[in-house]
Design a protein around this ligand. Structure first.
Ligand code: SF4
Ligand code: SF4
Length: 472
C-alpha cells in the first residue's frame, strides 16, 4: 500500500507541476480563463495529495488517479490515418470539379467593376444580374468601409496598413517572368532543384515551404482581378500555367493577431502581403535567371486560390473557417506561391487531425460576429466537399470595422504559439484517436468558446472607435 501511495504522490506532484506550468503559459498568452483553470487544477491536486493521508478519502483519491492513468494510456491509442487528408485536395473530391471563376470573388467584384464601366455592364447585365443590387448597397459604404473605423481610424496602425499595401503594386509588373534569353537553362535533378529552391525560399524569409504539381481543376477559370492596370486581362480564360508550384507561408505575429478584430491585425496582414510580394517576386525572378518560367502569386495577382495549393504542397489542412491550418503556426499563416516549369520533386499532403478536431470544436463559428462560418456539415461546392464560408457577410463585417477582422484566425486553438505545451497537444491531436475526440471539448472548457481581444504591445495601442455592441 505504501508503494501505491508513493506512486500516487509522484503522479500528484507531476499533475500540480503541469497545472502550474499551464497557468504560467496561459498568463503569458493572456488567456485569463485558462490561467484561472490552471491555478484551480493545481489547488485541486494539492488537496487530493493531502487527502492521501486522510484514511476516509484515500481510496477515492487513488481511484481518481487510476482513472486518470487509464485516460493517459488511452491517449496512446493511435488514430486511423486520415486518408482524405493524405490525398490532399483530391481527397475531398465529391463529384465533377468545376473551376471557380475569379470574377465572382468579392474582391474582384468590388475592385474591378467600376459603376458605368464596360466590365461592370458585362458582369451585372450578362453574367450575374442577381448580385447587382446587393453589391450596389455595399459600394455606397466602400469595400472595407473606413479603414480602422473600429479604432477611431487610429493613424499609426492604419498608416502601417496603407504603407504595406502600397508595396505589392510596385512589384506586380514583375509577376510574370519568362526564361531570361541570355542564360542557359540550368539542368538539375528534380531532387537537387527542390532542395535548393526550398532552402533559398526559407533563407529569404519564408517560414514553411512545400512543392506540388498544379492541379488544373483548382486553377481559376477566368481572370477577375485587374492585374496592375491590365484591364484587357479581365474575363480571359486562365490556361497553360507552368506545372509546378512552390508554396510558402509567412507567419503572422501572435501578438498582433490576438488583437482581432482591431487594427494591429490588419497592419500585420498588410505587412505580410508586402513581404510575400517581395519573396514571391524574387523567387520568380530566380527561376527566370535559371532559364525557366516564374510566375509570382501574391496580393491581387492570383491564377489559383492558394489554400488548396498549400494543402497539396503538404503545408496543412483547411479548417472550418476556410483558412489553411499549418503545423506549428495554425491559421496564422499567409500563403504565397511561385509557378514554374523547372522540374521539381514534390511533397506529399499531410494529416494533422484538423478535420476531426473542427467537427467538435466550432469555436470560430460561435465567435464569428457575422455568423459567416457554418456550424453544420460540409457541403459540395464546385465538386469539392468543404465548409462553405459566407464571404459576402464576412466582408460586410470587414466594412463595418474597417479591418480584415481575423477573429476566426485568432480564436482557433491551432493558432496558439508553438510552445512546448502546444507542441505536445498538437502531437496528440495529429496522432491520438482519443485526443481527437476529447481535446476539442477540453479546449472549450479550459479556454472558453467566446472571443475576447487581448492587449497589444504599447507601440500598437489604439483608441477604440466603436463600442462593444457595434463590434459583436
Ligand atoms: S476554431 Fe475550431 S472549428 Fe474553427 S477552424 Fe479552428 S479548430 Fe476548426
Ligand atoms: S473574418 Fe471575421 S467575419 Fe469573417 S468569417 Fe472570420 S470571424 Fe467571421
Amino acid at each position: 500500500m505504501d508503494i501505491l501511495i508513493g506512486l500516487v504522490l509522484i503522479l500528484d506532484f507531476s499533475a500540480i507541476a503541469a497545472c502550474l506550468y499551464f497557468a504560467f503559459e496561459s498568463k503569458k498568452e493572456q488567456e485569463v480563463r485558462a490561467f484561472r483553470n490552471g491555478l484551480a487544477g493545481g489547488l485541486i491536486f494539492l488537496f487530493m495529495g493531502t487527502g492521501l493521508f486522510i484514511p476516509i478519502i484515500k481510496i477515492g483519491v487513488v481511484l481518481i488517479f487510476t482513472m486518470g492513468l487509464i485516460f493517459g494510456l488511452a491517449l496512446l491509442i493511435p488514430a486511423e490515418p486520415d486518408n482524405k487528408a493524405l490525398k490532399g485536395t483530391k481527397g475531398h473530391l465529391a463529384g465533377k470539379p468545376v473551376r471557380f471563376d475569379e470574377r465572382d470573388t468579392v474582391f474582384s467584384r468590388f475592385r474591378s467593376l467600376v459603376p458605368g464601366s464596360k466590365l461592370y455592364d458585362t458582369y451585372y447585365s450578362n453574367l450575374h444580374p442577381e448580385k447587382e443590387e446587393q453589391d450596389a448597397k455595399r459600394r455606397t459604404k466602400g469595400f472595407i468601409g473606413k479603414p480602422g473605423s473600429i479604432d477611431n481610424e487610429y493613424q499609426p496602425n492604419v498608416a502601417m496598413m496603407h504603407a504595406s499595401f502600397a508595396i505589392p503594386p510596385f512589384l506586380g509588373h514583375y509577376a510574370f517572368n519568362d526564361p531570361d534569353p541570355d542564360v542557359p537553362r540550368a539542368e538539375l535533378s528534380p531532387e537537387k532543384a527542390s532542395h535548393i529552391v526550398k532552402n533559398f525560399t526559407r533563407h529569404i524569409g519564408a517560414d514553411m515551404v512545400g512543392i506540388c504539381k498544379v492541379d488544373p481543376d483548382l486553377v481559376y477559370s477566368h481572370r477577375g482581378e485587374i492585374h496592375y492596370g491590365r484591364q484587357e486581362d479581365w474575363g480571359k480564360e486562365i490556361k497553360d500555367l507552368p506545372p509546378y508550384a512552390i508554396v510558402f507561408l509567412t507567419e503572422m505575429s501572435h501578438g498582433h493577431v490576438m488583437s482581432a478584430p482591431h487594427t494591429p491585425t490588419v497592419a500585420e496582414s498588410a505587412h505580410l502581403y508586402a513581404k510575400g510580394a517581395y519573396l514571391s517576386t524574387l523567387l520568380a525572378k530566380w527561376f527566370s535567371y535559371m532559364g525557366y518560367k516564374g510566375i509570382a502569386e501574391n496580393t491581387r495577382s492570383y491564377n489559383i486560390p492558394l489554400p488548396p495549393l498549400a494543402v497539396d504542397a503538404g503545408l496543412g489542412e483547411i479548417g472550418r473557417q476556410g483558412y489553411l491550418i499549418a503545423p506549428e503556426i495554425g491559421a496564422r499563416a499567409r500563403i504565397f506561391a511561385v509557378l514554374t516549369d523547372m522540374p521539381l520533386a514534390v511533397d506529399k499532403p499531410i494529416s494533422i487531425g484538423v478535420e476531426k478536431f473542427c467537427r467538435a470544436c466550432k469555436k470560430c463559428a460561435d465567435s464569428c460576429p457575422s455568423k459567416s462560418i457554418p456550424q453544420g456539415e460540409k457541403i459540395i461546392v464546385n465538386g469539392f466537399s468543404k465548409w462553405k464560408l459566407d464571404e459576402d457577410s464576412c466582408y460586410g463585417y470587414w466594412s463595418k470595422v474597417g479591418t480584415d477582422c481575423s477573429i476566426c484566425m485568432a480564436i482557433c486553438p491551432f493558432s496558439r504559439p508553438n510552445t512546448f505545451l502546444h507542441k505536445i497537444v498538437r502531437l496528440f491531436v495529429a496522432r491520438s484517436k482519443v485526443a481527437q475526440m476529447v481535446f476539442p471539448y477540453v479546449d472549450n472548457f479550459l479556454y472558453g468558446k467566446r472571443w475576447k481581444p487581448k492587449k497589444v504591445m504599447a507601440w500598437l495601442n489604439y483608441k477604440k472607435g466603436l463600442n462593444k455592441d457595434e463590434i459583436y
